[in-house]
Write a protein that binds this ligand. Structure first.
Ligand code: MN
Length: 358
């Protein structure tokens, strides 16, 4: 594996490349053109400039998170081919610049959903949290307003005000889209992009839905082992793979995370590793990465990745807000840096134990 760190780009991220470069063991960043809208073509010169900026810091681009999918593609609307053409051209431009991994998601309307962005924990840190009760009580059109006030002056990925201004319209557009239709639209998209992925060896890594169940009555399909295998089988190409996000699949306690990882050998192209602490099956908060701070056994997750020979980029995921840092919720420097160091420590221990045993 390669330890990486998500970076939203200059002007969008409170964390600098210099800071990332100084986290021991981190060699790459996962980045994006944050000011492009879903469906927009990524110009090659902008990708090149981004690459040069990252490389000037002594790091490199390990992958893109995300190239977002336009709603027309997810809905299967009349103009989807135009947006898929743009996507293909974007992949071509990324491929020409040597970028080989692209993370994306196929969630309708809302990206990941949390009901609190700064829940106070006993140690004084704050974390993002989710309760089903809060989601059930809120009007989906008000969801953005309830989130927007709490972003520490940042714009969170997937919660762009431009899109969220049309939330009512978006719900209308999705009214005839059920799980089956969403699967079919994903298949259509994947079949169209696989040739360019093969040409440039670009590994597509779908991010799971978060939480891993339907919210506000919208379909959600990338939620469990069965569905992820269905998605890979319907377009059976190694470039059609997954982002294994422990914190997203882990929202459903029925998902056996190490077991899922083992079943996805060869098809995990990117890993997000973080922990959650469950207070009840419908109330969870994002804890520190350490096993003892949350519900998941992080050793078993890293061991499963090790055992399947995972060699792609991995990154710590959402962190707590600690040491009075002001940053995008989940994306401060400090706790994610602690997460990277911890995950590197687990990996070193697993690797050395393995080598001694053989
Ligand atoms: Mn994730």
């Amino acid at each position: 594996m390669e330890m990486t760190f998500r970076w939203f780009g200059e002007g969008f991220d409170t964390v600098t490349l210099k800071q990332i470069r100084q986290i021991p063991g981190v060699t790459g960043v996962i980045t994006t053109l944050y000011d492009t809208m879903p469906g927009e073509l990524w110009e090659r010169n902008r990708i090149k400039a981004l690459k040069e900026t990252v490389e000037a810091s002594g790091l490199h681009i390990s992958g893109i998170e995300s190239v977002n999918i336009h709603d027309s593609i997810k809905i299967g609307d009349k103009d989807r081919d135009m947006y898929i053409d743009n996507y293909i051209k974007t992949l071509e431009n990324l491929g020409e610049e040597g970028i080989r991994m692209v993370c994306y998601n196929f969630m309708p309307v809302f990206d990941w959903t949390r009901t609190e962005l700064a829940r106070l924990r006993p140690d004084g840190s704050t974390v993002m949290a989710y309760t089903q009760e809060a989601v059930d009580a809120i009007d989906p059109e008000k969801m953005f307003e309830s989130i927007a006030g709490d972003m520490n002056g940042t714009v969170m990925p997937g919660w762009e005000p431009e899109r969220m201004a049309k939330v009512k319209e978006l719900f209308q557009m999705y009214r005839d889209v059920d799980d089956e239709k969403l699967f079919a639209n994903l298949k259509y998209f994947l079949e169209r992009i696989m040739p360019v992925c093969n040409k440039y060896d670009i590994k597509m890594a779908i991010h799971p839905d978060d939480p891993a169940w339907s919210v506000f009555g919208l379909p959600r399909i990338i939620i469990n082992q069965e569905n992820i295998h269905r998605m890979m089988d319907m377009v059976d190409d190694v470039h059609n793979g997954v982002t294994f996000c422990s914190g997203s699949y882990g929202t459903n306690l029925e998902n056996d995370l190490p077991g899922m990882i083992r079943s996805l050998k060869g098809r995990i192209h990117f890993a997000h590793v973080r922990n959650l602490k469950f207070n009840s099956p419908t109330d969870f908060e994002e804890s520190a990465h350490l096993s003892s701070d949350g519900t998941f056994d992080m050793y078993e997750i890293m061991k499963a990745l090790y055992d399947i020979g995972f060699d792609g980029p991995i990154r710590p995921d959402h962190g707590r807000m600690i040491w009075d840092e002001k940053a995008m919720p989940g994306y401060g420097l400090y706790d994610r840096a602690l997460g990277a160091a911890y995950l590197n420590g687990l990996w070193e221990a697993i690797d050395k134990s393995h080598k001694r045993a053989v």
